[in-house]
Structure formats: structure tokens, C-alpha cells
Design a protein around this ligand. Structure first.
Ligand SMILES: Cc1cc2nc3c(=O)[nH]c(=O)nc-3n(C[C@H](O)[C@H](O)[C@H](O)COP(=O)(O)OP(=O)(O)OC[C@H]3O[C@@H](n4cnc5c(N)ncnc54)[C@H](O)[C@@H]3O)c2cc1C
Length: 370
């Protein structure tokens, strides 16, 4: 007879960690399986660490609702547990008439999503706030900010453990088969392959979450669960640019991302990015030849930037449900009961604003689990 546990969470990124913390109450036996040597080594530590306000997404989408709720939960948690953050605010800038119209649409969209503190800025108002920025107009979002996401990951991990969750690192889930109303999970670790039974499976496998869904027998193409990888690179700027700009500065978004933005991290580093380019492989190297494209993009709103001051920094990969040229896709967060898989919860396509929304996502998962 195989050993049985209550809940198996696959993946110890921010979503798996937040979920483990939320559902571990002593009554349930919760195990988190992670193929890496520790938590948070993939997308959860390769992002902009921006607390998003919740402006861009269609109202009533998970992305809008869970971002707004998650933002409030995250600021409260950072206050309560001394996790460093800066509510710096953010300005989205418009370079021409088309982009000004688009800013107005964003303003309305943000209001519909419950982001009530947005202000449209004229060029003069923008210049007063950020004299070094050049743009025709702006949209100010005071509730956007940056935070120390690594401390959040550590905090979620230690709280989940305190509440009784068990973490199993260096262990890859390679099979999830339905066994009556339960699931037989196959794992691979240093000692080889073994199996156990779980009553509930929560798929938080990030870039591999579509593959985990496929292992269960779900047709990921028919269900629209197939992921596309979209790489985002960052370049850093010389330290002479430090404190030149006080807020996050975002241009008009690209088709697949929010556009190459300006950010001063909490440690003072000035960072540009992420770009957005669909790729086939998971490869985190930064292509130096993209420097010119970064420069051209940033020069539009920061005329004093110099090409030689940019250096390749890091990269992350978005797990996107939306393929190249396709329309908006929301997060998939679903209990697959209706598809014939009671007890299986899939989280697929948790790209931005997944970090901001993580605490709200965990609450939602806890709600649909019972
Ligand atoms: C470039 C970029 C910038 C971003 N910027 C922001 C931002 O500023 N603000 C924001 O809110 N969001 C941002 N995001 C989004 C945010 O980072 C993600 O939504 C979030 O980190 C997703 O967390 P996760 O736990 O789902 O995934 P991950 O962190 O990738 O965790 C998934 C885990 O599952 C594990 N795993 C996978 N397969 C298996 C298996 N078979 N067995 C065991 N373990 C497995 C992996 O090893 C990994 O540790 C950004 C994303 C990118 C790529």
C-alpha cells in the first residue's frame, strides 16, 4: 500500500509557498514538492519586484481582482512583518496623441478595477513630479511600489513550515495519475522513483504547470492550457543615474508585456526592463546585442540616458497562455471537478501580476479546495 497524504502542492515558487501557508492549519497534511534544491529559484526570483496597482487588466478578470486584493494584502503583510517596500508610485508615460488616448482608456479601466487613486497628468504636471522625464502626458498611480520579494519568499516558507507544511526539495513530480477519487503521484529524487497517494493536488509548477496538467490526463491543447514562454531581459544603468527619478516609469505596453520600464531597486540599483520576446527554451542568459533596443526604448522618455551606461543584468521567463499576436488571457485557477478531476487544482499562466496577487491567489485556492 502506498503512503497517503492530504494535499500535494507541486512547486515552491511564490504561489506554492503562499498556498502552503494559507492551507496548512495542522488538520491537513500538506507536502510541497520542488524539483530545485530550495524554494523560489525560478520566475519568483526573476521579476521586477513591482507591486502592481491592477490597472491594465479587464474588470472582473482574475488578474484585475486578485491584483487589487493582493496588493492590499501584500502592503499590510509587509507592514506587519517588516518586509521592506517603497510605495514609490508609478507614472505611465505617453509619447504621442495615440498614447494619450490610450492613457485615458487605462485611467477608465483602472477605475473600473477599483484603482481609485489614478490621476492623468499634463506634460507640465509630469515635469513638476519628474523633471528628467520627457513625455506628452502621464498617468500617475500612487499605490504602485517595489518590495523585497526575496524576504517575502523566505517569510512565506517559514510561516508555512511553522504551520506544519513539509517541504521536499530536489524532488521532481513526474507522474500524476487518477486513482479513484485520489491521485497517485510519482516522484523522482536522488534515490530514484517512488510513489504515494494524495487526496488533493495543487499544481503551482509555473513554467511547467501545463505539463503537470497534461500528466493528469487533461488535454492541454483543447483546454487552452498550453503555455508559451516569453522572455524578459533586464539591463542595469550606471550608478550615476541613481535618484534621478523617484517613481517607477513605464512606457506604453508592448503586445506581450508592460514595456521596458525604469525602476530603482530598494538596494539603489537602477534597472531597465523587462523586454518581451517569445522563446522556445528556458534560457536566462541576457543577449548583449539587445542593448541598442533597450537604449532606444528608454531614450524616448529619458533623453539624458547614454548607450555606454547600460549593462546586461538578468532575465526571467513569463509562463504565458497568450501566444504571439493573441488577445488577453487570464490566469487559469480552477478546481477541475467538472472536467472529472475532483481534488485537482490547476494554476496555469501565472505571469505578471502573479507576485502582487500571490496572497489573494492563495486565499482563492483555499476557497475552491473545500
Ligand atoms: C520578467 C518578469 C517580470 C515580472 N515582474 C513582476 C512584477 O514586477 N510584479 C508582479 O506582480 N509579477 C511579476 N512577474 C510575475 C511573477 O514573477 C510570477 O507571476 C510569479 O513569480 C509566479 O510564481 P509561481 O510560483 O507560479 O512560479 P515559479 O516561481 O516559477 O515557481 C514554480 C516552481 O515549480 C517548480 N516545478 C516545476 N515543475 C515541477 C515538477 N515537475 N516537480 C517539482 N517542482 C516543479 C519549479 O522548480 C518552480 O520552483 C514577472 C514575471 C517575469 C517573468
Amino acid at each position: 500500500m502506498l503512503a497517503e497524504i492530504d494535499v500535494a502542492i507541486i512547486g515552491a515558487g511564490v504561489i506554492g509557498l503562499a498556498t502552503a501557508r494559507e492551507i496548512s492549519q495542522g488538520k491537513k497534511e500538506v507536502f510541497v514538492f520542488e524539483k530545485n534544491r530550495t524554494f523560489g529559484l525560478e520566475t519568483s526570483s526573476r521579476n521586477s519586484e513591482v507591486i502592481h496597482a491592477g490597472i491594465y487588466y479587464p474588470e472582473d478578470s482574475f488578474k484585475a481582482k486578485l491584483c487589487v486584493e493582493g496588493k492590499n494584502l501584500l502592503y499590510k503583510l509587509c507592514d506587519k512583518y517588516n518586509i521592506a517596500y517603497k510605495k514609490s508610485g508609478k507614472i505611465i508615460v505617453a509619447a504621442d496623441e495615440n498614447e494619450i488616448n490610450w492613457l485615458k482608456e487605462l485611467y477608465e479601466q483602472g477605475k473600473k478595477n477599483g484603482v481609485k487613486d489614478l490621476t492623468l497628468l499634463s506634460r507640465t504636471e509630469l515635469k513638476k513630479l519628474e523633471p528628467n522625464i520627457e513625455a506628452r502626458a502621464g498617468l500617475l498611480s500612487p499605490s504602485s511600489g517595489i518590495f523585497d520579494s526575496h524576504s517575502l519568499l523566505k517569510f512565506l516558507y517559514s510561516q508555512a513550515r511553522e504551520k506544519g507544511a513539509e517541504f521536499v526539495f530536489n524532488t521532481e513530480v513526474i507522474g500524476v495519475g487518477k486513482a479513484g477519487t485520489k491521485y497517485e503521484i510519482q516522484i523522482k529524487d536522488r534515490d530514484g522513483i517512488s510513489a504515494f497517494v494524495a487526496h488533493v493536488v495543487v499544481n503551482c509548477a509555473g513554467l511547467k504547470s501545463d505539463q503537470i496538467a497534461q500528466l493528469t490526463g487533461i488535454d492541454i491543447v483543447k483546454s487552452g492550457y498550453k503555455l508559451h514562454y516569453c522572455k524578459g531581459e533586464y539591463f542595469s544603468l550606471d550608478s550615476k543615474y541613481k535618484n534621478l527619478i523617484s517613481r517607477l516609469i513605464y512606457p506604453a505596453p508592448e503586445q506581450a508585456g508592460h514595456g521596458i520600464h525604469w525602476r530603482q531597486a530598494l538596494d539603489g540599483r537602477v534597472l531597465l526592463g523587462p523586454s518581451a520576446r517569445y522563446v522556445e527554451e528556458i534560457d536566462y542568459t541576457v543577449d548583449k546585442t539587445h542593448k541598442q533596443a533597450f537604449y532606444d526604448s528608454v531614450k524616448k522618455f529619458l533623453p539624458l540616458v547614454e548607450l555606454e551606461d547600460l549593462e546586461p543584468e538578468s532575465a526571467g521567463i513569463r509562463p504565458k497562455l497568450q501566444g504571439p499576436g493573441e488577445n488577453f488571457r487570464d490566469f487559469v485557477i480552477t478546481h477541475e471537478e467538472e472536467a472529472g478531476f475532483p481534488g485537482l487544482i490547476n494554476l496555469i499562466g501565472i505571469e505578471s501580476p502573479g507576485l502582487t496577487a500571490s496572497l489573494a491567489i492563495a486565499k482563492y485556492v483555499s476557497g475552491i479546495m473545500s
